[in-house]
Design a protein around this ligand. Structure first.
Ligand code: IPD
Ligand code: CA
Ligand code: CA
Length: 269
């Protein structure tokens, strides 16, 4: 089976999930609960979106395995084909009706992201990529930005739900890079952060505490758009490390160096 078929079915699933999110928006106040950590929400929309995504993928690819945020592990996680699914990336935004969230569907083949679809239903933006097939936004080719200096760059990052429990919570990195750049955004949707790197709206993104379903699709999107994705120190990314550095390539080494030498927050007066 070709990557194009995986891409097309993943697109069908992402569009269906996105339609569910749109339907539920603003109608779910009673169905928002915390999953464990404070602020880690799940809504009826997360579950309903995941249900339609899973139905489509399992109907077309019954032999494949799945790692989905709400359903967990389905099938052998060592399978050659593993779908990593976030049915609603940006749940906090969604619960507040802040219009920034997406469905994210990535396919790992032998552990490597090779197909990715991210769909933002409110802006009707569909981001797609597959190995050697390029990256697109609404079916038009996209490329990363050409910004080569950190002080001319716009970055984006995020803060994981364990941020109140650890001092490794990205606050120091956020302050440090806010100082060195034209700005650092916190969008609340990791998959969209990667999609925005891929289409050149931001020049770089880093974050810790992520899960494979947050980033599997976005990794291949950034790579196919000409960008670079690694661990913070520039070594190959490990999906289960939760850490990612994704840039246009030109600012990669500089941003990596800065992330490795962040002064402690106590040095801020
Ligand atoms: C979260 C978002 C957010 C990131 C968090 C993720 P969710 O995913 O991607 O941007 O900072 O670490 O957990 O919970 O909205 O699917
Ligand atoms: Ca997520
Ligand atoms: Ca989610």
């Amino acid at each position: 089976m070709t990557l194009q078929i995986f891409l097309d079915i993943a697109t069908e699933a992402a569009l269906a999930g996105g339609a569910v999110l749109q339907d539920y928006l603003g109608k779910i106040e009673d169905a928002i609960t915390e999953k464990g950590r404070p602020g880690d929400l799940v809504t009826a929309a997360d579950k309903a979106s995941e249900e339609v995504v899973l139905e489509i993928l399992r109907r077309h690819f019954p032999q494949h395995s799945i790692l989905a945020e709400e359903s967990g592990k389905i099938g052998n996680q060592e399978n050659e084909y593993l779908w990593a699914i976030d049915p609603l990336d940006g749940t906090t935004n969604y619960a507040h009706q802040y219009p920034f969230f997406a469905v994210s569907i990535g396919l790992l083949i032998n552990g490597v992201p090779q197909v990715g679809v991210i769909y933002d239903p409110l802006h009707d933006e569909l981001f797609r990529a597959a190995t050697a097939l390029g990256a697109t936004r609404n079916r038009q080719p996209i490329k990363v930005s050409t910004t080569s200096e950190l002080n001319k760059s716009l970055l984006v990052t995020g803060f994981a739900y364990d941020r109140r429990e650890t001092s490794d919570n990205n606050y120091a990195e956020f302050s440090h890079l806010t100082h060195l750049t034209q700005g650092v955004r916190r969008s609340g949707s990791a998959s969209m952060d990667l999609a925005y790197v891929a289409c050149g709206r931001v020049d770089g993104y880093w974050e810790r505490g992520l899960s494979p379903w947050d980033i599997a699709a976005g990794i291949i999107l950034v790579q196919e758009a000409g960008g670079k994705v690694t661990a913070y120190d520039g070594t190959p990314i490990k999906l289960d490390s939760g850490r990612i550095l994704a840039t246009n390539g030109d600012i990669h080494n500089t941003l990596s160096r800065e992330l490795l030498q962040v002064p402690p927050l106590s040095s801020w007066k």
